[in-house]
Design a protein around this ligand. Structure first.
Ligand code: HEM
Length: 519
């Protein structure tokens, strides 16, 4: 038998729940539907559908195709996710509505390790991000990318020498090339060995970013409330790890600037760099609200933003050449017809070398270094094509899906630079340019893309002018390397072998002559 209190304990929750239920029903009838996606289960949402196993970009492309949508919704515990897989959807949302699609989502580890507050790529959208971006654009933009041609030419000369001396270690040489370029532009430091103090500092940071800060490596990223546990709590290791990363990141970003400041103070002759120009005009920058911390962060992002991306693209280029000698020969024929084998190609030859330009485009399309870019965060509810995208959603631009759209790029798995050329061998403007998407979109689009393209163009042209890249020899037979790739968000070829050989005695002469000019 129920007492008065017993009745009350049944009736009161029902009285409270009913209006809430009616309100939610009314709201769900009024609110536009969410974008299509797999059915979600209570608590776990779409965890069972999420492509955790294979490469994420391919899994997301398949899911979008299965649900016949270019705006796919996935619900994960504590996270709304929207995946955009056509240029149209990306342009409509990330470009056209960039005022609300430009924030970045953060895991607790990204915040605790200092990456969110000091790296431009992960910084929350707002005045602080704007200040960093302004300083970056002042030195590296469409109009200023050319200012770094001399630095590029110097580090490419070093690369050619290294390839000649030790061709087997071509991946290490590419690594040094990008690190050295970043250090020379940012700080005027010429790093000619992988053991350079500053190269080692930044490589350590990149390793941590790829291994320790990948979402879900630490439990705290899956259960964010754990971040409030004190560091002395039994089993809590993430605080110590995050503090160590934060300290290393701070050192990598400040130490090279201190190095330049010391040199300036002692009156030693140094190569001009972003650091020297900032330090010499500290007061002017200060009046614009840009202090030494903003300067250190902005210069530091050069190594972080440049190194792995250009390295991945150049490694894919070596792989593609070793897999297709005919394509390499076609490029070399064009180089020889323009240069007559008498000099090395320069930035100024770009208009006469459309096949090299096409190789750069096809390399970025065939192997986009960041196949899902870096995620954006929607800052408020948005309605698109009658669908509700909830504020706070993590928005993924599936660059891979665009690069592998077989309607735009027939036989997308085949590496074929000629797809970008017209019948006269010039760049065909009617073929969609992958460069428009592989660098991301909207206000957060890659600010280093012009510099990156100039660097890729020069490096590829100079390598092909002087070297053959051929399949490695295995028991007297050419062994064509397989195109196997990492599943990491910065996608690069797995280790492979190829034979890098100078094209002629004259080519070797040109390589050493170019280095002598820069000594
Ligand atoms: C092949 C080379 C490169 C590729 C494929 C690439 C790709 C990307 C992508 C996809 C993004 C994210 C854009 C978005 O959120 O929508 C990005 C951001 C960024 N990249 Fe690059 N990048 C390359 C080279 C570079 C270079 C050379 C630099 C530096 C000189 C650089 C600096 C940055 C920075 C600072 C950001 C963050 C921008 C922001 O959030 O405001 N990148 N890049």
């Amino acid at each position: 038998m129920l007492t008065d209190t017993g009745y009350a304990s049944l009736v009161i929750p029902v009285l409270v729940a009913l209006p809430v239920w009616f309100w939610l029903r009314k709201r769900s009838k009024r609110a536009p539907p969410y974008p299509p996606g797999p059915n979600e289960y209570p608590l776990i949402g779409n965890v069972l559908d999420f492509p955790f196993r294979g490469p994420l970009w391919e899994g997301l492309t398949d899911l979008a195709k299965r649900h016949e949508t270019d705006v796919l919704r996935l619900k994960l515990p504590g996270m709304e996710m929207v995946v955009l897989s056509t240029s149209e959807a990306i342009s409509d949302l990330l470009d056209q509505r960039s005022a609300i699609y430009s924030d970045k989502p953060h895991t607790p580890m990204i915040e605790l390790s200092g990456f969110a507050e000091s790296t431009l790529v992960l910084m929350p959208y707002g005045p602080r991000w704007r200040m960093h971006r302004k300083l970056f654009n002042n030195f590296i933009s469409a109009s200023t990318a050319k200012d770094h041609d001399v630095n590029q030419t110097k580090v490419v000369s070093d690369l050619l020498i290294n390839l000649h001396r030790n061709p087997k270690s071509f991946r290490e040489h590419i690594n040094l090339l990008t690190g050295s370029l970043a250090l020379s532009i940012a700080y005027g430091i010429r790093a000619d060995t992988p053991h350079n103090e500053f190269v080692l500092m930044y490589e350590k940071i990149l390793k941590v970013a790829q291994e320790g800060l990948v979402p879900a490596t630490f439990f705290v990223d899956i259960f964010p409330f754990l971040r409030y546990l004190p560091s002395w709590f039994p089993g809590v290791q993430f605080h110590a790890y995050a503090n160590k990363v934060k300290k290393d990141l701070h050192t990598a970003m400040t130490r090279p600037v201190e190095h330049v400041a010391e040199k300036l103070k002692s009156g030693v002759d140094i190569d001009p760099s972003m650091a020297s120009m900032c330090l010499e005009n500290l007061d002017d920058w200060g009046q614009k609200g840009i202090d030494i911390e903003v300067i250190c962060n902005t210069l530091g992002i050069l190594y972080i933003g440049m190194s792995d991306t250009i390295k991945a693209a150049l490694s894919s280029f070596f792989l593609a050449m070793a897999r297709s000698t005919e394509i390499m020969r076609t490029a070399q024929r064009q180089l020889d017809s323009v240069l007559g084998g008498a000099r090395l190609p320069d930035h100024s030859d770009i208009d006469d070398l459309p096949y090299i330009v096409a190789i750069v485009k096809e390399t970025l399309r065939w192997a986009p270094p960041a196949p899902i870019g870096t995620t954006h965060r929607l800052m408020e509810d948005d309605v698109y094509r009658g669908m509700l995208i909830p504020g706070g959603a993590t928005v993924i631009e599936n660059i891979w899906a665009i690069c592998y759209d077989e309607v735009v790029y027939p036989e997308p798995h085949t590496y074929n630079p000629a797809r970008f050329l017209d019948k006269n061998g010039r760049i065909d403007p009617s073929v969609k340019d992958p460069e428009a998407r592989v660098f991301g979109s909207g206000r957060r689009t890659c600010p280093g893309r012009h510099l990156a393209l100039r660097m890729l163009y020069l490096t590829i042209a100079r390598i092909l002018a002087t070297f053959d890249i051929l399949p490695a020899d295995k028991d007297g037979r050419p062994s064509i390397p397989e195109a196997r790739y990492s599943k990491s968000l910065l996608r690069e070829p797995m280790p492979f072998e190829c034979a890098v050989k100078p094209r002629s005695e004259k080519a070797v002469e040109l390589i050493y002559h170019a280095v002598a000019i820069h000594q």
